[in-house]
Design a protein around this ligand. Structure first.
Ligand code: SAH
Length: 220
């Protein structure tokens, strides 16, 4: 692939990531591969880490937080089984990279971040990339979106000790939630489907996430 003004100077690295780190490790959904092949990940990492933007690992983004590993972003997105009618709640905006991938595949994304500084940076990057189907909220997302409503999908990008009941309440019938659950440094990535008001859960894999800090998650 030839690098040009539309796909940035890291086009080759991005293509390697899609082929090797995503397809090569079992990500199959065309929409996910296409979205991750189009969103410029280098825009979401601090300038000093730009050259590592396509390495398959997490990177620091400030405030002691990290941008998730590309493979995990792809896996969580694939598990959500998005379509362009979906309204998605994301708890833990962070850099906004996962937000951007969701926004490419869903109708609308509602994203919550507890640090105003990270949310502001994410808003600026998404604005620059012309992604405008996202609502941002700064605050504790462990209890869901501040106004009572339901979503077709929910993704939590930080670890919780157990799936907060408030999030299950905000998941519509037949909806899917993807969330890392566990008390220690390693958590289980839970994929839950809501059936008759209850969550049917399965474990996708082990993951390592920073903690979700909030009223219905971990204490400060
Ligand atoms: N998907 C993001 C991951 C960021 S790490 C990315 O790839 O960039 C998880 C984020 O969750 C951090 O930014 C952290 O500040 C945020 N967070 C932690 N507790 C939270 C809470 N209770 N509500 C909202 N955001 C929270």
């Amino acid at each position: 692939m030839i690098s040009g003004p539309h796909n940035g100077k890291f086009a080759r690295e991005r293509e390697r990531m899609v082929q090797h780190d995503l397809k090569g490790r079992g990500i199959t959904e065309a929409g996910v591969l296409s979205a991750m092949g189009r969103v410029l990940r280098e825009e979401f990492v601090p300038e000093s880490y730009e050259s590592q933007a396509y390495a398959d690992g997490p990177l620091p983004i400030g405030m002691g937080q990290t941008i998730s590993q590309p493979y995990i972003v792809a896996l969580m997105t694939q598990e959500l089984r998005l379509n362009n009618y979906c309204e998605v709640l994301e708890v833990g905006t962070g850099s906004g990279y996962q937000t951007a991938i969701l926004a490419k595949l869903a109708k609308r994304v509602y994203t919550i971040e507890r640090f105003a500084d990270l949310s502001a940076k994410a808003q600026a990057v998404l604005g620059r990339l012309g992604i405008n189907n996202v609502e941002f909220y700064v605050g504790d997302g462990s209890g869901g979106w501040p106004e009572k409503r339901t979503f077709d999908r929910i993704i939590v990008t930080a670890a919780v000790p157990e799936v907060p009941g408030q999030l299950i309440d905000q998941l519509g019938a037949g909806g899917i939630i993807v969330v890392p659950v566990g008390e220690g440094g390693v958590q289980e990535l839970i994929v839950g489907t809501k059936k008759e008001g209850k969550l049917i859960e399965r474990v996708a894999c082990d993951v390592r996430f920073v903690k979700l800090v909030g009223k219905y998650a971990f204490e400060e």
